[in-house]
Design a protein around this ligand. Structure first.
Ligand code: HEC
Length: 501
């Protein structure tokens, strides 16, 4: 199952940039709000826009976190010289909203770590570039932003890494390498944040730390020569959970006080690193730092997926629309939402319908970009009462007009782990309101974890149909094998009268 970036709401927000996407990004103008060119505010002819006074604060705030040494962007934006050299380009990418990368409709009013410039800021940059990019008065320059060196949250409580570096070939398909790292803790522990330090940023595309308590990942490791084992997409065993993920530009943050992710005693961390080959042989040794919760934990941070594994996108269809829904069984508080599709995805909306009929929007990605996948952490966690239905609507472009379409001529595309396959998932991280671990009150009713069943996002009618057709042992439910048979059949043949497909 393609758990992708499984990340803790409050503890992270990230992006997956990848070289070579900007041409595409320039031409995307899917959303009328975003596509609308910024109108220059009437600034008064006498007002001179200078770098020191007007532009540096915008850049420090919105650009420098990625545009600095050792970070993901290809050049630094920290000085006047840096900015002046590219003034026109900066005006263009900000006006087109290619930079800073941000794909949701809503910005900082709703999401933590949002990078979304205001119309006024965009207009100021444009005016500055158009008037020769003046430096201005040195005294106006604000202090340069300070970025933590090394671990962003300070020295972690524990650092985990594979026993040896991995050698990646120069060319070929992407590699998903899973490193099995025993924790050997004799008690359950709670994790507040996990921070990833990629060993080699030229090839590390993203990282997810899964947890395995079955010992099966160890077996896979033993059977595969070299450090770790290769498993495309998922980790090849049903994980017991996840500590979170990392993508370039991600800033891990500590979970709220009293909340944490369970690290079960004796579990192995399965660190899955997704590598993009660089054209020359590379080595990588990626490590993670773990910060344990301080003080008592009252609520466990849990995850669920809303997904439709039965999607079937006809060749040439430029606007295939599909949906998934999932009913929430307890009163919960949603911390973050992470939409996930591959290269054909163009739009995803995740919302919740409350039992009283009220509709709450979680996130709307109107201009999906595989290279900029983010974890949308809600500034104000969202309460969803039991019985709320989380709805996901996703649209895909499987025509030749989609310049990212990996298959030409297009072919029918179904669910799968390869980049030429598709996915349709929203990960939600949440806590259960009734849970008070400090009082011994555990939320027993799971809303569905990472291994919460591949048919979880499928409508009840379709699930019933699956049971009728594929329950070979007649016990009234589908075991892993039967579920797999159902999925395989549907992916191949499409869903007959599928109510939500
Ligand atoms: C989350 C990280 C991130 C942030 C924030 C960010 N950038 Fe970038 N920027 C990148 C990456 C990565 C690239 C390289 C894209 C590529 O590989 O084509 C890039 C490329 C660019 C380019 C070159 C575009 C081109 O056509 O090659 C410009 C100009 C730019 N950024 C300006 C900015 C400005 C101005 C801001 C702030 C207003 C900003 N960026 C914020 C990550 C970021």
């Amino acid at each position: 199952m393609g758990a992708f970036i499984s990340c803790v709401a409050a503890s992270c927000a990230g992006q997956l940039p990848q070289p070579g996407f900007t041409e595409v990004a320039y031409t995307t103008a899917a959303d009328p709000v975003k596509a609308e060119p910024a109108k220059a505010e009437p600034m008064g002819a006498e007002k001179v826009v200078t770098y020191n006074k007007d532009i540096a604060p915008i850049i420090y705030q919105n650009c420098s976190s990625c545009h600095r040494a050792g970070e993901v962007a290809p050049f630094t934006l920290l000085s006047y010289a840096d900015a002046k050299k590219r003034a026109k380009q900066i005006a263009l990418v900000t006006e087109n909203r290619v930079m800073p990368p941000w794909k949701a409709d809503e910005g900082a009013e709703k999401f933590a770590d949002a990078h979304l410039l205001s119309m006024d800021e965009i207009a100021r940059i444009r005016q500055w570039a158009a008037t020769g990019a003046p430096e201005g008065n040195k005294a106006d320059l604000p202090p340069a932003p300070k970025f933590a060196q090394g671990w962003q949250n300070g020295e972690p409580d524990a650092v985990f890494q594979p026993t040896e570096a991995y050698n990646l070939a120069a060319e070929g398909d992407d590699v998903y390498r899973c490193y099995v790292i025993p924790t050997d803790y004799t008690q359950d522990r709670y994790v507040s944040a996990m921070e990833v330090r990629p060993g080699n940023r030229a090839v590390v595309h993203h990282v997810i730390a899964y947890l395995d308590t079955s010992g099966k990942a160890r077996e896979k490791d033993a059977a595969d020569p070299g450090p770790g084992y290769t498993s495309f997409g998922g980790i090849g065993v049903t994980p017991a959970g996840s500590l979170g993920g990392w993508a370039p530009g991600l800033v891990p943050r500590l979970a709220a006080a009293g909340e944490g992710i369970l690290l079960p005693k004796g579990s192995d961390i399965v660190l899955q690193v997704h590598y993009h080959k660089s054209g020359k042989p590379e080595t990588d040794l990626t490590k993670i730092g773990v910060y344990f919760t301080k003080g008592a934990v009252d609520k466990r941070i849990r995850s669920m997926m809303v997904l439709n594994p039965l999607l079937r996108i006809p060749a040439g269809d430029a606007n295939y629309t599909t949906s998934a829904q999932r009913t929430v069984r307890d009163d919960i508080t949603v911390l973050s939402v992470t939409p996930h599709m591959h290269l054909l995805g163009k739009d995803m909306e995740v919302s919740a319908k409350l039992p009283d009929g009220d509709e709450k929007k979680l996130v709307h990605i109107n201009d999906w970009d595989f290279n900029w996948q983010m974890i949308y952490g809600l500034k104000k966690p969202m309460k969803l009462p039991a019985g709320s239905q989380v709805n996901l609507t996703a649209r895909y472009d499987n025509s030749t007009d989609n310049v990212l379409n990996p298959t030409n001529p297009p072919r029918t595309v179904t669910w799968g782990e390869q980049t030429t396959d598709e996915m349709c998932i929203a990960f939600l991280f949440y806590t259960v309101d009734s849970e008070h671990l400090t009082k011994g009150e555990t939320a027993v009713k799971e809303n569905g974890g990472i291994g919460g069943g591949a048919l979880a996002g499928v409508s009840p009618a379709l699930r019933q149909m699956a049971v009728r057709l594929f329950d070979k042992d007649g016990d009234g439910k589908l075991n892993e094998e039967e579920r797999q048979a159902a999925l395989d059949w549907w992916r191949k043949n499409g869903t007959p009268a599928a109510p939500n497909n």
